[in-house]
Design a protein around this ligand. Sequence first.
Ligand code: SF4
Length: 350
Amino acid sequence: MGCIGRKTKIQKKLLHWFKQNKRDLPWRKTRDPYAIWVSEIMLQQTQVNTAIPYYNHFLKTFPTVRSLARANLSKVLKIWEGLGYYSRARNLHQASRIIANHLKGKIPETPKDLLSLPGIGRYTAGAILSIAYNKETPILDGNVKRVLSRLFVVSGHPKKTEEFLWPLSESLIPKGSPGAFNQALMDLGSVICTPKNPNCLGCPLKYFCQGYLSGKPGSYPVRSVKKKVPHIEAIAAVIQKDGKVLIRQRPPRGLLGGLWEFPNWPIDGGKNLKKYLRLKVKGNFGLKVKCKEPLGTFKQTYSHFKLTLHAYHCQVVDGIGNGKWVPIKNLPLLPLSKIHRKIANTIVPK
Ligand code: SF4
């Protein structure tokens, strides 16, 4: 079978399979570029089933790009709370303001304009353009890379193969159906051509798949060696006074930017933890405290490190403190990272 004939067969088989097996997802009930953009940003680092309730809540709270642009960041982060990778929410918010203020509220229709917005890379631009605007633009995320690498037995370091896979993805798009085809590739990668144990026997492309025919589909793509992530230990002060608790806001950029948290500092073993915490609180907040019993030890894994956080109840002995005191009952209204939400849940009255 010639190369063109094979590509045409792949297109037909995949589109036919998609028609019959398309997953029923809320963002597939619309062609609104704003809604599709939100869904694609959420799906970047989040599984479909986790993203669905967040997507519904987000769209209900901010139904248009202008409503998102008008919202304050804290509200956006609160809706995003628990999804992680908060720079996605900050970028969405920032981009919505650019669109509302400079682009008459219209999501751009060209790769160049989309790529100029914060948080939109080549994959997201391709997804928005093909799904919302029916433009023949390719996509390449982890799922699509895996499917294409197996179909065409592409080996080599994942970063290097991208140069080859982008044009390959583009060359496969059938005229007139870019959105359906791209989504079909995504679905195939999610439900059939999975990282471990691909279901080749149930795959509509098995007769055109060189990986399957080679007998070793799982060897593609070549996996990069996972780096060991460092482990950080830290200590947090939960300082309460008159029904309020002291919290601080993280800087607007960087990890968990803009979220609130209990004051905390890294430790490196062998220290008198309570004394260390007392001195940190004094130095940073001008507050003399007595650190009491431990409230608990909380763990969280981030993309680049693992965190173990020891939280302590602290009692104010002297001083007003230059931090923000909030009523404990209001903690559920503020955006907190997962680990600080766990701590908050231990002190918020049920
Ligand atoms: S035949 Fe197997 S390896 Fe090839 S695309 Fe289908 S599921 Fe993936």
